[in-house]
Design a protein around this ligand. Structure first.
Ligand code: COA
Length: 267
C-alpha cells in the first residue's frame, strides 16, 4: 500500500481504517462497551499481522467505538467456569498480544475516548503513549471481582504512575478521570471528545515525518529500560550504530547541511 492510499478493513469486532499512513484500529463492540472478548483478541492479532509489516503504515491509533468507552475491560462473561490453568492461559494470551503492541516498530498510540477499565486500561498502557478525551475514565477494578489484572496492568501501572499510586489504584479499584490520569503520567494530553482523533493524528503526523527506523530505535531503546534481561545502555549503543548504517541517516544529515527538509524513506 502507498502512503497516501485510503483503506478500510472490517473484522467482526474491529474497524481498521488507514489514511495518510496512519492506521486507526477501532474496537467495535459499543453495546458491550468494547469489552475484550476472545474474538477481539483474535481480530486484534490478525489486524496486527497485517499492519505491523505494512510499509505504507507509519503509525497506529487504537480507540473505541462510540462515545462512552475506549474499552471497559476483558469480557467478564467469558470468565465463568474457567479453571486456574485456563485463567493463566487467558492472561498469557492477553499479555502476549499487548506485548506485540508495546514492542511494535511503529508508534502505537491509544486515543482514550471514555472508560478505560481493567483490560482497557492495560491495553492503553501497552501503547507507546496515550491521549485522552475529557470524559475518559481510567481504573483497574479487578479487585471488585475478586481478581487482579492479568494483561500486564500490575507492571505497566507501576512503571507509569509509580508504585505508591499504582498500588493504591490496584487495591482500591478507584477510577480516575483524565486530568488525574495526566497528573500521574498515564496520559500525555487531554482534549475534548470531538478533537481527540484529530489531535492524535496531528501528533502522529509529526512523528511520521521523522526517519521510521530511528523512531523504531527510540522505541526499542526506551522499552529496554523495563526489560531486566537487557542492558538499556547497550541497546542504545546498538541502535545508535544501526542508525548510522541507514540511508535515512545520510539523508537526514545531508538535508541539514544543505538547509532543506529531509525526505526519509525508512531505509
Ligand atoms: N465485560 C462484559 N460486558 C461488559 C463489560 C465487561 N467488562 N463492561 C460492560 N459490559 C456490558 C454490560 O454488561 C452491558 O451489557 P448489557 O446491555 O447486555 O447488560 C453493557 O456493556 C453496558 O454496560 P452497563 O454496565 O449497562 O453501562 P453503565 O454505564 O451502567 O456502566 C461501567 C459502565 C463501565 C461502569 C460498567 O459497565 C462496568 O463496571 N463494567 C465492568 C468494568 C470492569 O470491571 N472491567 C474489568 C473487567 S476484568
Amino acid at each position: 500500500m502507498t502512503i497516501f492510499e485510503k483503506k478500510l478493513v472490517m473484522y467482526n469486532t474491529l474497524l481498521v481504517q488507514t489514511e495518510n499512513a496512519i492506521c486507526t484500529i477501532i474496537i467495535n463492540r459499543p453495546d458491550k462497551l468494547n469489552a475484550l472478548s476472545k474474538e477481539v483478541f483474535d481480530d486484534l492479532n490478525k489486524a496486527l499481522d497485517e499492519i505491523l509489516p505494512d510499509n505504507g503504515i507509519r503509525s497506529v491509533i487504537i480507540t473505541g467505538a462510540g462515545s462512552k468507552a475506549f474499552v471497559a475491560g476483558a469480557d467478564i462473561t467469558e470468565f465463568k467456569g474457567l479453571n486456574k490453568e485456563q485463567a493463566k492461559a487467558l492472561a498469557k494470551r492477553g499479555q502476549d498480544t499487548f506485548s506485540r503492541i508495546e514492542n511494535s516498530d511503529k508508534p502505537i498510540v491509544a486515543a482514550v475516548n471514555g472508560f478505560a477499565l481493567g483490560g482497557g486500561c492495560e491495553l492503553a498502557m501497552a501503547c507507546h503513549f496515550r491521549i485522552a478525551s475529557e470524559n475518559a475514565k481510567f481504573g483497574q477494578p479487578e479487585v471488585n471481582l475478586g481478581l487482579i489484572p492479568g494483561y500486564g496492568g500490575t507492571q505497566r501501572l507501576v512503571h507509569l504512575a509509580g508504585k505508591g499510586k499504582a498500588l493504591e489504584l490496584l487495591m482500591s479499584a478507584h477510577m480516575i478521570d483524565a486530568s488525574e490520569a495526566k497528573q500521574y503520567g498515564l496520559v500525555n494530553y487531554v482534549t475534548t471528545a470531538e478533537s481527540l482523533l484529530e489531535r492524535t493524528k496531528e501528533i502522529l503526523g509529526i512523528i511520521n515525518a521523522k526517519a521510521p527506523l530511528a523512531v523504531a530505535g527510540c522505541i526499542k531503546a526506551a522499552n529496554a529500560v523495563f526489560d531486566e534481561t537487557r542492558d538499556g545502555y547497550s541497546v542504545e549503543i546498538e541502535e545508535f550504530g544501526n542508525a548510522f548504517a541507514t540511508e535515512d541517516m545520510t539523508e537526514g544529515t545531508t538535508a541539514f547541511l544543505e538547509k532543506r527538509k529531509a525526505n526519509f524513506k525508512g531505509r
